[in-house]
Design a protein around this ligand. Structure first.
Ligand SMILES: [Zn+2]
Length: 216
């Protein structure tokens, strides 16, 4: 049962296709787990479609269609036959929008130890602003603020910070002015998917010195 969702403005930007790739990937993963937000996005898309339908049609020049098709790289060749959907094991714990990047199981990833109780996996995506953190039970993250937006989706376990308790499926949609110090809950480690559009801003001297090595 999710209780923390992306801001409505984030969902609207997602449906308009205007979010950075890393942030949009986290929203897509949350939508695969949250009917509540999926409904909001569908409504926003319907509003966008009806706005487009109200636009007056504009006549196109004679060569416009060919120009557009060549821009899209479209050819006259027949489309390739659709590939069959790969089999998904029943116990897969990676949300469907992430499986092409991560496979099916979080435990199969090559986690890199960053500090005691903290492991990281940077996603093999075009943008390096998307990472997974695996935080051991009870581990306290360094207090930090942000120079941009940060969107975090809990995939396993839970953590608590100044904003509340975040469990699997919950999203923390953080503005640049929010300062927080997440602590993984004690009964189970926490795995989070985190997208940032700018580097984090640590307060303590040691975390600041280590930041270039953490690539945070
Ligand atoms: Zn939601």
């Amino acid at each position: 049962m999710t209780t923390h969702h992306p801001d409505l403005s984030t969902l609207m930007s997602y449906s308009a296709g205007s979010l950075p790739d890393a942030i949009a990937t986290v929203v897509a993963a949350h939508l695969s787990l949250c009917d509540h937000c999926s409904c909001h996005v569908q409504e926003a898309e319907q509003i966008g479609i009806s706005l487009l339908e109200q636009l007056e049609p504009t006549p196109m020049s004679a060569g416009a269609k060919d120009d557009i098709l060549s821009m899209l790289g479209e050819t006259t060749q027949a489309a390739e036959p659709a590939k069959p959907e790969p089999h998904v094991p029943d116990d897969a714990d990676v949300p469907s929008p992430l499986r092409h990047l991560l496979g099916h199981y979080l435990d199969d990833l090559h986690w890199k130890t960053m500090a005691p109780g903290l492991k990281q996996f940077i996603l093999p995506a075009a943008e390096s602003n998307l990472r997974l953190l695996k935080i051991a039970p009870g581990t306290c993250m360094p207090s930090h603020g942000h120079t941009g937006s940060e969107l975090t989706l809990v995939l396993r376990g839970s953590y608590s910070d100044e904003l509340g308790r975040f469990c699997a499926g919950d999203v923390a949609d953080l503005d640049p002015d929010i300062q927080h110090q997440p602590v993984a809950d004690t009964h189970e480690g926490c795995i989070c998917l985190i997208a940032t559009d700018a580097p984090l801003r640590f307060n303590g001297l040691v975390p600041r010195l280590l930041q270039p090595f953490f690539q945070l």
